[in-house]
Ligand binder design. Structure first.
Ligand SMILES: [Zn+2]
Length: 372
């Protein structure tokens, strides 16, 4: 059950090569099984500074500590045309991450910087405090030739497409063309957007999760000059259909008692899975069902409900097992049965605690939290 059972990729199992419309990207050169550790990378540069305080001199000083090869690799990175003044800042901040595991830091990993974004990722990033590395796991089987992608935007599972696109465009100046954004049929995308809005409302009611309103005010707050940043018509197209997070909850989600909350968590887990959203959010949805079921004794007595919770627990275990270090508590040994709910819940929460969350330096929360 320890790390030895976990498939692990060699650097030869994927290659960095051009990706259509995205510069370079990482592609599997052979099938990568779900749960594989694709790579574990120590940050090449760690600056103990918040992104907005980082100046050219800070980056230049850090570059002096690198080998010539690393410096060349850094200079070969793309510099997304964000609001930062210099090319050096755009290059560094457009490719770096702020792990909450290292508070107040901004980190750059030269290899991970080559992996592109998708709203339907096949891999997930986790911080491993034991090895002090960013670990990238396959959260489903990745076919030979498929691009390896992870989700840059935390919380984006609760955002309909227009909101995701606005956040991505504001931060990195790209328009995502993943399966969720441009693939499938138009009807499917409309249904998927409705699912995400419902997920948002459920999360808002159950966990107090909030997204900020976006639009021209958000752009102005960042000091971005619209005229020089967007091509004519480009911004209008994004603003025209921009979804705004509802501020009011529907009546049925207000002031819920523990039974109603249990049902709401079940709905959240079911629609997360039905919406093809895998990874941490799916695991958390499953764990929340078990949390709700065990909050009060006798809350779940009905056999069908017990079975449902068993299923959600088993799903959470499979999911978490695929995307986290396997050196932690042995969650695989449990079968997801009622007598194990409590033990499993504790074990999985511990696994999740290994990772303290990763936030991209330019994520949308900066706009409200850091007074840009
Ligand atoms: Zn997308």
């Amino acid at each position: 059950m320890e790390g030895s059972t976990q498939p692990r990729c060699d650097v030869d199992d994927y290659e960095i090569r051009p990706s259509p419309d995205k510069g370079l990207g990482a592609f599997a050169v052979k099938e990568i099984p779900s749960g594989s550790l694709i790579l574990a990378e120590s940050p090449t540069i760690i600056l103990m500074q918040e992104p907005l305080s980082i100046r050219d001199a800070d980056i230049e000083a850090a570059l002096l500590t690198l080998s010539p090869f690393q410096r060349d690799s850094f200079h070969a990175l793309s510099a997304p045309p964000t609001q930062y003044e210099s090319e050096l800042q755009r290059k560094f901040l457009g490719n770096s991450m702020s792990p909450s595991a290292i508070p107040g830091s901004t980190c750059l990993c030269l290899r991970i910087a080559r992996f592109n974004h998708s709203c339907r990722p096949n891999s997930e990033m986790a911080w491993n405090p034991f090895t002090r590395t960013f670990d990238l796991y396959a959260i489903r089987t990745i076919e030979r030739g498929e691009e390896i992608l992870w989700n840059y935007v935390p919380g984006s599972n609760y955002m309909p497409k227009s909101y995701r696109q606005f956040v991505q465009f504001l931060n990195w100046r790209f328009v995502c063309n993943c399966e969720f954004c441009e693939g499938m049929t138009a009807e499917w995308r409309i249904r998927n957007d409705r699912t995400r809005e419902r997920m948002y409302l459920l999360q808002k009611s159950l966990q107090g999760f909030e997204l900020s309103a976006l639009g021209l005010d958000a752009i102005a707050a960042r000091g971005i000059d619209v005229e020089s940043t967007w091509k004519p018509g480009e911004l209008e197209a994004i603003l025209e259909n921009l979804w705004q997070p509802p501020t009011e909850l529907p009546d049925e989600l207000k002031d819920m008692d523990v039974r109603e909350q249990f049902h709401a968590y079940n709905e959240l887990a079911a629609i997360t899975e039905a919406g093809c959203i895998i990874g941490k959010e799916l695991a958390m949805a499953g764990i929340c069902v078990v949390n709700a079921a065990t909050r009060q004794s006798g809350l779940v007595e009905n056999d069908d409900e017990v079975k449902l919770v068993d299923e959600h627990m088993a799903m959470a275990m499979r999911t978490i097992y695929a995307s986290r270090p396997r050196s932690g508590p042995d969650v695989q040994a449990f079968e997801g049965k009622r007598e194990d709910w409590e033990t499993l819940r504790e074990a999985i929460v511990l696994v999740l605690d290994y990772e303290s969350g990763i936030r991209n330096t330019t994520d949308h929360e900066d706009m409200q939290d850091e007074n840009l």
